[in-house]
Design a protein around this ligand. Structure first.
Ligand code: NAD
Ligand code: DAU
Length: 342
């Protein structure tokens, strides 16, 4: 395998850090440069093991900072850029949309300008199934394909859909070699404890109420994070330039069923479940059709949900230091703001 330098933005977050570890493990002759400005969601302790690897560099840079990004590209001359950096939490985007538009739309523009200037051979935009809007619960025959219209619901998903359009425009207008992946909900190690699965695990461990939005019947299509990382690895090496690839494992589950499963695994009572006010504009159901990535690149998910959720719960039990550090700080203030009046 040739030597390559890969810039991974947002590598101190949930999926980006899993991707850093996947790439360092699989490609011992690649240089991995993580760019992250360490927002509340980025945590350097997540990259502790990576920082010991001589093939790894961490650069604390905001992707909106064109000057700093230009300097880094001049130093590193990357072959590939994979952009995970984003504001990623739907509830926060409903409270405060501005930073979502700034980071999630302007950030990719800055990165693609640098890719254009330094002739980077691939810019990969990590997108989401949320750009397609939602599907009704009573039409289980419907799935999102790559040609489904963009129909975003929240400021978060609208910002991600906008970034996808800008990315495709850079390909059409400037010939920039881009690819886009649109993945369903991920779960696994290093998932920030404001998202459904880690929040429910941690609340259950503390015998705190488990806040389920609305009727709890909203459906998400869950994929173990390592399977997402493997899909991106395949796309950046073998995917066709200018193409979009959906990533998902046909694993649809209602929120309430996930919450009950977590309680069962932890031996905690269902009486901890508390139904709270619904999310504004709450998407009902996501469901990905992954036929294209399977047929073109041979990708298939490897971890079944039944195994992945047990592994994930075990990870949170064994890595209490990691999440205790998070929930004891800023996250606590956030929690009060979000759930204090619910
Ligand atoms: P996350 O919130 O856990 O991590 C985001 C990371 O980006 C953090 O480390 C943060 O510090 C960094 N970041 C934010 N703004 C930045 C900026 N301006 N400059 C540099 N770094 C910045 O997010 P995640 O769940 O790991 O998601 C990663 C990407 O994958 C996002 O683009 C998201 O839209 C997409 N995605 C997420 C999921 C999911 O289920 N979590 C599914 C599909 C797609
Ligand atoms: O589908 C991919 C998307 O998945 C990504 O693009 C986003 O970055 C990621 O955050 C995730 O978005 P969701 O909104 O689906 O994830 P979240 O964990 O916030 O919520 C999952 C479901 O659980 C959703 O229907 C809302 C519900 N929920 C969430 C929280 C935090 C609750 O019922 N209670 C909660 O406390």
């Amino acid at each position: 395998m040739d030597k390559k330098t890969i810039i991974v933005t947002g590598g101190a977050g949930f999926i980006g850090s899993n991707f850093v570890y996947h790439m360092l493990g699989k490609y011992p002759n690649y240089r991995i440069v993580c760019v992250d400005c360490l927002t509340y969601a980025g945590n350097l302790s997540t990259l502790k093991k990576a920082l010991e690897n001589p093939n790894f560099r961490f650069a604390k840079i905001d992707i909106r900072d064109a000057e700093a990004i230009d300097k880094l590209f001049a130093e590193e001359h990357p072959d590939i850029v994979v952009n995970f950096a984003a504001e990623s939490h739907v509830d926060r985007s409903i409270r405060d949309p501005k930073i979502f538009l700034e980071t999630n739309i302007m950030g990719p523009e800055v990165l693609m300008e640098a890719c254009k200037k330094y002739n980077v051979s691939r810019y990969h935009q990590v997108s989401t199934d949320e750009v397609y809007g939602d599907l009704p619960l009573d039409r289980p025959d419907l799935f999102f394909t790559e040609t489904t219209n963009l129909h975003a619901s929240s400021p978060y998903s609208a910002s991600k859909a906008s970034a996808d359009l800008v990315t495709l425009a850079y390909h059409r207008t400037y010939g920039l070699p881009v690819t886009i992946s649109r993945c369903s909900n991920n779960y696994g190690p290093y998932h920030f404890p404001e998202k459904l699965i880690p929040l429910m695990i941690i609340n259950a461990l503390h015998d705190k109420p488990l806040p389920v939005y609305g009727d709890g019947l909203n459906v998400r299509d869950w994929l173990y994070v390592e399977d997402h990382c493997k899909a991106i690895d395949l796309i950046i090496h073998n995917g066709k330039v200018g193409e979009v690839y959906n990533v998902g494992g046909h694993n649809e589950m209602a929120n309430i069923d996930i919450v009950k499963l977590i309680l069962k695994e932890l031996g905690k009572p269902e009486s901890l479940i508390t139904f709270v006010e619904d999310r504004k504009g709450h998407d009902r159901r996501y469901a990905i059709d992954p036929t294209k990535i399977h047929n073109e690149l041979g990708w298939l998910p490897e971890t079944k949900f039944a195994d992945g959720i047990v592994k994930t719960i075990k990870w949170y039990l064994e890595n209490e230091d990691w999440w205790q550090e998070i929930i004891s700080g800023d996250y606590q203030n956030y929690y009060e703001k979000m759930y204090g009046d619910k």
